[in-house]
Ligand binder design. Structure first.
Ligand code: PEP
Ligand code: MN
Length: 337
């Protein structure tokens, strides 16, 4: 068990914590850093209730070292991971905005939308070229042509690109056009794809599987991290529950939970989480207030005729208005957007 003390823990609190740990029969290893003191307790039985330590004064975090993920664990890496891509950061004080259509549909569409994205101040353009569709009869994406259009629309507007990779043999192709690989919800536990993404030298955004626990999601991150790629961030995009008014149920609390358990940045996707345009702004505002490191939002200027996910797309004007509101919320919690 690893116990991380509060930054301002008093000596009296430290002594009291150590006394408790010794009384429980643990062997103690204390490591006093400049910022933080960490105590390792050895000999913890599987049935020991760690809350007995968590409630002691001066204790900030308690981790069982038996968590199945290590590299993604905050006890392994106390500081937040900040991912730098050119002049954009994900996981720093500035909240990263990712926006664009669900799918790249044609040249005019992606160039118009890239312009709106840039106008709002967002720096990352999304757009699917290989689409994971529930029905084989639905639009499957433009493939490489879509990637080319996405890249040129982004370049013309000084934006970065994120796009989804669905299979291993597309990694090389997508790598030519993208700045960030998106691993979709349906592939969150595609372990062979995760292993290959561990070898790329670009950031990977891992969307939460529709029925994945936070621990399973962090295990997917662990796959990429253990492959040598340290630039991983997570995206909460809603989970399947018994509620069917919305497309998914947005797990807002995943944001503070991931921040607590991991050093990796976490962003939110209120578009897929709700599936309904009118639900997107309130959930986006909530996500920023809850500490999300970024947002991914689908936009379209002709949602009625969108080839995928029109009902959840915000019109460019609504997106612009939303970013202005989000800026105020970010400021209220000491962040920027
Ligand atoms: C998407 O972002 O276009 C997408 C398909 O999302 P998800 O994998 O979360 O369903
Ligand atoms: Mn979509």
């Amino acid at each position: 068990m690893v116990i991380i003390l509060e930054k301002n823990a008093s000596q009296e609190q430290v002594n009291n914590i150590i006394k408790h740990l010794e009384d429980y029969g643990f062997q103690i290893h204390q490591s006093t850093g400049v910022e933080r003191t960490i105590i390792g307790a050895i000999g913890v039985k599987p049935d020991f209730d760690t809350r007995k330590v968590r409630i002691l004064e001066g204790v900030a975090e308690v981790y069982r070292i038996t968590t199945p993920y290590k590299l993604a664990n905050r006890s392994f890496h106390a500081e937040n991971t900040i991912i730098k891509i050119k002049d954009v950061e994900i996981g720093g004080n500035k909240i990263a905005m990712i926006a664009g259509p669900c799918s790249v549909e044609n040249e005019d569409q992606i160039f118009r939308l890239a312009k709106s994205v840039a106008k709002s101040g967002a720096r990352i353009l999304r757009g699917g070229a290989f689409k994971p569709r529930t029905s084989p009869y639905s639009f499957q994406g433009l493939g490489e042509e879509g990637l080319k259009l996405l890249r040129s629309a982004a370049d013309e507007n000084n934006l970065l690109v994120i796009t989804e990779v669905m299979q291993i043999d597309h990694i090389e192709l997508i790598d030519k056009y993208t700045d960030i690989f998106q691993l979709g919800a349906r592939n969150m536990q595609n372990f062979s794809l995760l292993k290959e993404l561990g070898k790329v030298d670009k950031p990977v955004m891992i969307k939460r599987g529709q029925a994945a626990t936070i621990e399973e999601w962090l295990m997917s991150a662990e796959y990429v991290l253990s492959g040598g790629n340290k630039n991983v961030f997570l995206c909460e995009r809603g989970i399947r529950t018994f509620e069917n008014y919305t497309r998914n149920t947005f797990d807002l609390s995943a944001i503070p939970v991931v921040h607590k358990k991991s050093h990796l940045p976490i962003i939110a996707d209120p578009s897929h989480a709700t599936g309904l345009r009118d639900q997107v702004p309130p959930m986006a505002r909530a996500a920023v207030a809850a500490g999300a490191d970024g947002l991914m939002i689908e936009i379209h200027d002709d949602p009625e005729n969108a080839l995928s996910d029109g009902p959840q797309a915000l019109l460019p004007d609504s997106f612009q208005k939303l970013t202005e509101e989000l800026r105020l919320i970010a400021k209220a919690i000491g962040r920027e957007l």
